[in-house]
Design a protein. Structure first.
Length: 143
């Protein structure tokens, strides 16, 4: 059964239960959802470009640092426009330090509870950045 048929079936059940005509519409993505997707796409692409440059240097002794550097500086400047220092530090940690060339992966632990903080995916980093933003706003407002 297709998604469209399922929606029609659900609508029919709702109409029968309510004994009236109803309509269903797909949830429109909100601005925050769009920003999250864009952020995750950017982090995935930056991670790919960085891994490619490291691989080229390791496998073929070709150094793209001078070529890539202006692009990374530009991206870093754009991040400065949108993210706080703590948020940028988290992004940079995930992009450049979390995944080691040896294949090992660093983990992030909460200083107070010592529990591991999920940082496997760009989505995890987005959630963490939103938490940092809330904490920074609370600190700013309490002053």
């Amino acid at each position: 059964m297709s998604k469209k048929e399922n929606v029609k079936k659900i609508k029919k059940y709702i109409d029968e239960i309510l004994n009236s005509k109803s309509s269903l519409s797909a949830k429109r993505p909100v601005k925050q959802d769009k920003l999250r997707k864009l952020f995750c796409d950017i982090l995935n692409e930056l991670s790919f470009v960085n891994a490619r440059a490291v691989g080229m240097k390791h496998d073929f002794n070709i150094d793209f640092t001078e070529y890539d550097d202006p692009f990374f500086k530009c991206i870093s400047s754009l991040f400065k426009l949108h993210f706080t220092d703590k948020q940028r530090n988290m992004i940079n940690w995930w992009l450049y330090d979390k995944f080691l060339p040896s294949g090992d992966v660093l983990i992030l632990n909460d200083n107070e509870t010592h529990e591991e903080i999920p940082t496997e995916t760009p989505e995890d980093i987005w959630d963490l950045l939103q938490d940092l933003k809330l904490k920074e706003n609370e600190e700013k407002n309490s002053d």
